[in-house]
Design a protein around this ligand. Structure first.
Ligand code: AMP
Length: 286
């Protein structure tokens, strides 16, 4: 396994691998790897000749405080990558990704404001921009993303289509702990009490899932119930909940799949989870 920090060097090495006829799978991460990330790496390892993992805590997609608090464990991350048979770890520093003259960004203006309105438009712009940079540096044949972040996934798929990146986007199911909480690097920051309180997330999703599966199309009523459940746990602060069409992220569209999404703050730590429910039977009835 080779660890490379220079974007230019990474680009050169992987272009040579491609010229030699090898396929490349990329797993982009922010680091502090867990079993969710490992699931992505394992998927990539199955069919690509070369697996590259990027570990870059992108400062542009965080507030200064969230960036400082984000857990970091580069040595442990490298051990995990090695154990999973990763070929290259790309670990650039912020200065090499964003030299002083840096001035570009990628925007998907319609879709970026969906799900939770415009409040974190800047965050998704920063995510898209860094993913576009990673795609250009690594030039993978396939890139792996978690279904845990459905908004991010939808935006990246749109960007890849619109900007003709010759890359197949592969989405991987969410890994959860035994108690139902979705694995997240931020879970390590929770106290035992906060973790217990966070278990309202899978409960809220389950309650919404039962309603959607039961044929309810009153999404306002469902989100109201979800909000009430979250408000009932004093240490959990609602960010937002959504029940929307999974493809368009529109609340007033009824396609085959419905996305149930929960975002909350527990002790100031943002936790999200979601479920996609097949609702084609219900849409046919409409
Ligand atoms: P992050 O380092 O949190 O940006 O995550 C890197 C990639 O791993 C993203 O594509 C995430 O959607 C994915 N991911 C994060 N948590 C999980 C999980 N619990 N299960 C599956 N994929 C995940």
């Amino acid at each position: 396994m080779r660890v490379i920090s220079s974007p230019r060097k990474m680009n050169k090495i992987l272009l040579e691998e491609k010229m030699a006829g090898k396929s490349i799978g990329l797993v982009p991460t922010l680091g502090y790897l867990h079993k969710g990330h490992i699931a992505l790496i394992k998927r990539a390892r199955k069919i690509n000749d070369i697996v590259a993992v990027s570990i870059f805590l992108n400062p542009k997609q965080f507030s200064a405080k969230a960036f400082r608090k984000y857990p970091k464990a580069p040595k442990q991350d490298l051990n995990i990558c090695k154990a999973e048979g990763v070929d290259y770890v790309f670990m650039p520093n912020a200065g090499s990704m964003y030299p002083e003259s840096f001035d570009s960004s990628v925007e998907v203006p319609q879709l970026i404001g969906k799900l939770n309105g415009n409040s974190i438009r800047w965050h998704y712009r920063a995510v898209l921009t860094v993913v576009a940079k990673l795609f250009n540096i690594i030039q993978p044949n396939r890139a792996y993303f978690g279904k845990k972040d459905p908004h991010q996934l939808a935006l990246i798929k749109r960007m890849v289509l619109d900007l003709n990146f010759p890359i197949k986007i592969i989405s991987v199911p969410t890994k959860r702990a035994k108690d139902g909480l979705a694995l997240s690097s931020r879970n390590s920051l929770l106290t035992p009490e906060e973790r217990e309180a966070a278990l309202v997330i899978p409960k809220v999703i389950k309650a919404a899932e039962i309603k959607v599966k039961g044929g309810s199309t009153d999404r306002k009523a469902i989100t109201k119930t979800m909000t009430k459940m979250i408000d009932g746990v004093s240490s959990v602060k609602l960010d937002f909940v959504a029940v929307v069409d999974a493809d368009s992220l529109d609340a007033d569209r009824f396609g085959d799949d419905t996305l149930i999404y929960v975002s909350v703050f527990v002790g100031g730590k943002k936790l999200t989870d979601n479920r996609v429910v097949n609702s084609s039977r219900q849409s046919r009835n409409k």
